[in-house]
Each structure stands twice: as structure tokens, then as C-alpha cells.
Ligand binder design. Structure first.
Ligand code: ATP
Ligand code: MG
Length: 446
């Protein structure tokens, strides 16, 4: 993409309405624009990051054997009356009446609708296990929408639902989700810690929230510092192997890590004092096992091996896709702007032409642009007639991990400059070597 043809409405001033750094930077970098309270348009740069985050979520869900699908945002209230949640959900549910005076709602979550799909089509244990998920917009009429996309009213969520014959199988589905979530967040450059949590209106016995540590997080968290040493890494996992998935759950949940809702000071105080941490975190996901809470009232039953009709065991599992964009920025920024992890960056590298209109600079930039594009990468070429300082400031603000700077002096010696956004370190090399280096980085070879 050439910056001269892009829509990147960067703001020079810090917007007064934004209280936290991710919200400020998303506005300043022209990623989002508020449409009304807690409701945002995603401008081209923001949308690119949202799509990258979404893509990682899809890839990891599919890797775990979960089936992508899509349910509508507007649902009939009738199903929610069957489960008893139409009244229970309260003021957070946006209720709509259509022209025929039918009660509709904008989905805050989709347990009822997926259960309705299941009961219409699945009658035998032979069709289990089954896990389906969607990435779809949700609406919750939050009393205090704030912090930009972190607590919106309309937000993008991945919600997945497992159907299993037995509690044991459903707990395997729970563990499988935990493993897939660990992989998902790590690919985004985040450490998200699974913490014992409270089940809230979704209900259930077993639940963990995934929290990214950040001073601006809305949740108070208590944990044993040893947990922050754990990494999932690139280990191979067989998602059908119950013992393997269970072992990962044990590894990542054996140390104390809880939100304030489930915090138990008596247990916490048994941790050696130097390892006790009280901090704040951003909830970027949650997994639940809730057994037959929906399958019983809604009649989602199957015949088991002996011919008995039994309600299925279920769970639901959410990832805050749009919130993650903010959470990543909270975790990855400095005083000059965003510092995207390579896994979610909107463009792989920036090209800065220090002397637009100079024949050799222009040609070198075009060559870099073509070579990176041919390698399957997306460069952002700042081809505007702007001062070098302004170009650098824009690149720093939007946070691309790598910048190639092309100027007449360097080109005279056959070199360009490759700069890491994260460390600020620059290295001179030939244009070909810069392309090779960037290609190697994104193919995981460097
Ligand atoms: P919270 O406690 O933050 O209100 P929740 O526990 O009600 O969230 P879940 O039902 O667990 O939310 O939804 C799954 C995920 O969706 C959450 O972990 C969070 O990342 C995201 N999410 C929930 N509410 C919002 C919101 N208002 N804006 C953006 N993302 C949200
Ligand atoms: Mg939650």
C-alpha cells in the first residue's frame, strides 16, 4: 500500500475523551472512529489489525477441530424465554420490536440459538463430540462503555459451543479450548494467564478467564509470580488426546491465579511472600463448562449407547476479538506509539523515502516495494512529499515492526537502513539484504 493512496487520518493532538493509552493510540493512529457511545467504525488500518486477530483465532480453532459457522445478530426472544434468560439477562440486552410487534433482540451471546440448532439435527451419541464456533458481532448495553473498543457496547467476539455425551468428554472439550487459547494469545504476542473465575449469568461450575496483565485492566488479579514464567511455545499437541490436554491445563492452572471474584486470601497467603502478586488484568477470553444447564430446559437430548435419552453436556468459550486489539496495544507500546507484535501487524514493514522525487530514491523504494510484495508480504510505502521527521513520527505512531529508510546518502554507498520499531536499533545493508531479512523474520527463520 502507498500511503499517498491510503486513508490514515492520524491525529496530532491527544484526544481528550480517551483515558487509557490504547484508546488514545487507536484514535491517534486513525484506526477507529466512534459512531456513538461504545460503538465504533473500524477504519482501514484498524480493520486490518482486527482481521489479523480474527484470522489467528480462526486458525487455532480449526486446528483444535472446531467448526466455523455463523449465526444471526438479531434473534427471536422466544428461544431466550425457553431458557429463562430473557428476563434474567436484564438491561444489558438490547431488545427490539419488529413491525409485527414480535420481540427480537441483538445477541449478547448465543447459547440458546446454537442449542436450538443442535436439537433440530442431532439425535444420537454417534454424532458427538461436536464443537461449533462463530466470530460475530455482539451487543451488550453496558452501563458504562469506556476505554474505546475494550468495553464497547457492540463488539466482536468469538463464541464456541461444545456438545458432548458425558461430563468427562465435555471437560476434555474445556481443556482443549484452554490449550487452543494459550496458543492463540501467544501468536498475538500476548501472555494471557488462565485464572479461576466466577461464572456470572452464563452459569456453570468450571470456568477460567484469560487475563493480560496491564495497569489499566478492569479486573483485580491475585497470582503466584511463577505462573508468568510459563510459555506454551511451539509444542505439538494432539487435540484428541485427553491426557495431553489435561496435562496442559494442570501445568497452567496449578499455581494460584484468581480474579477478585474467586480470590481466597487464606490460600493466597500460603504462597511465599516474594512470589505473591496483586495486579490488574484485561479479560481477553473465558471458557465455561456448564453441563446440562441449557440442554435440559431446551430438550437437547441424544440417545446414548444403551438407548437412553440423555441431555448433552455443554460448554461455551469466548474470545474478545475486538477487545484484543486494545489489549495488544496496552501491552505493546512506548512513548512514540504502538509497537505491533509481528503476528498481528497491519503491514509487515514500512518503507520511508527520505527524498521523494529523487530518481534513485524513488527507484530503490519501488524496488523494495515490489520485492516485498512478490514475497507475499504487505509493505506500507510512505511516498508522500513530507519531511523525514513527519514520516518517522507517523511510522512510529502506527507501530510497524520494521522500517526500511531510503535516502540519497545511503544509496550512494549501496545501502538502506533497517530499523526495529521495538528496539530502535538500525542496521545498514543492501536493499536485497533488507528484503531477505524481513522475509526470513516473517517466515519464522530469523
Ligand atoms: P466482562 O467481565 O469484561 O464484562 P464478560 O465476562 O461479561 O466480560 P464474556 O461473556 O466472558 O464477557 O465474553 C467473552 C469475551 O468477550 C470476554 O472475555 C471479553 O474479552 C469480551 N467482551 C465482553 N464484554 C465486552 C465488551 N463490552 N466490549 C468488548 N469486549 C467484551
Ligand atoms: Mg467473561
Amino acid at each position: 500500500m502507498r500511503l499517498s493512496r491510503y486513508f490514515l487520518p492520524v491525529l496530532k493532538e491527544t484526544p481528550a475523551e480517551a483515558q487509557i493509552v490504547s484508546h488514545r493510540l487507536m484514535l491517534r493512529a486513525g484506526m477507529i472512529k466512534q459512531a456513538s457511545a461504545g460503538i465504533y467504525s473500524w477504519l482501514p488500518l484498524g480493520f486490518k489489525v482486527l482481521r489479523r486477530v480474527e484470522q489467528i483465532v480462526h486458525e487455532e480453532q480449526i486446528r483444535a477441530g472446531h467448526l466455523p459457522m455463523l449465526m444471526p445478530t438479531i434473534q427471536s426472544a422466544d428461544l431466550w424465554r425457553e431458557s429463562g434468560r430473557y428476563d434474567a439477562y436484564g438491561a444489558e440486552m438490547l431488545r427490539i420490536t419488529d413491525r409485527h410487534e414480535r420481540d427480537m433482540l441483538f445477541t449478547p451471546t448465543a447459547e440458546e440459538l446454537i442449542t436450538d440448532i443442535f436439537r433440530a439435527h442431532v439425535t444420537s451419541y454417534r454424532d458427538l463430540p461436536l464443537t461449533m464456533y462463530q466470530i460475530q458481532w455482539k451487543f451488550r448495553d453496558e452501563i458504562r462503555p469506556r476505554f474505546g473498543v475494550m468495553r464497547g457496547r457492540e463488539f466482536l467476539m468469538k463464541d464456541g459451543y461444545n456438545f458432548d455425551l458425558t461430563k468427562e468428554d465435555a471437560l476434555h472439550a474445556y481443556n482443549r479450548h484452554l490449550v487452543s487459547y494459550l496458543r492463540t494469545y501467544e501468536r498475538m504476542g500476548l501472555q494471557a494467564i488462565p485464572m479461576r473465575a466466577d461464572s456470572g449469568p452464563i452459569g456453570g461450575d468450571d470456568t477460567h478467564e484469560f487475563l493480560v496483565l496491564a495497569e489499566t485492566g478492569e479486573s483485580e488479579v491475585f497470582y503466584d509470580s511463577e505462573i508468568t514464567d510459563l510459555r506454551f511455545g511451539d509444542r505439538e499437541i494432539d487435540y484428541d488426546d485427553h491426557a495431553q490436554c489435561r496435562a496442559v491445563l494442570d501445568e497452567f492452572t496449578s499455581r494460584y491465579a484468581r480474579t477478585d471474584e474467586t480470590h481466597d486470601p487464606a490460600i493466597f497467603e500460603q504462597i511465599p511472600e516474594e512470589r505473591r502478586r496483586v495486579a490488574r488484568g484485561i479479560e481477553v477470553g473465558q471458557i465455561f463448562y456448564f453441563g446440562t444447564k441449557y440442554s435440559e430446559p431446551m430438550g437437547a437430548v441424544v440417545t446414548d449407547g444403551e438407548g437412553n435419552r440423555v441431555p448433552v453436556h455443554m460448554g461455551s468459550h469466548g474470545i474478545g476479538v475486538s477487545r484484543l486489539v486494545g489489549a495488544i496495544i496496552e501491552a505493546c507500546h512506548d512513548e512514540n506509539g504502538i509497537v505491533w507484535p509481528e503476528g498481528v501487524t497491519p503491514f509487515h514493514a514500512g518503507i520511508v523515502n527520505l527524498k521523494q522525487g529523487d530518481v534513485s530514491c524513488d527507484a530503490a523504494c519501488e524496488g523494495l516495494y515490489k520485492a516485498l510484495t512478490a514475497a507475499g508480504l504487505e509493505p506500507l510505502y510512505d511516498d508522500r512529499e513530507e519531511r523525514a521527521g513527519a514520516k518517522f513520527a507517523t511510522m512510529d505512531l502506527i507501530g510497524l515492526p520494521w522500517r526500511i529508510t531510503v535516502g540519497p546518502r545511503g544509496l550512494g554507498n549501496g545501502v538502506v537502513e533497517l530499523t526495529s520499531r521495538k528496539t530502535g536499533e538500525s542496521e545498514e545493508m543492501s536493499p536485497e539484504a533488507a528484503v531477505d531479512r524481513i522475509v526470513a523474520i516473517y517466515s519464522g527463520a530469523a
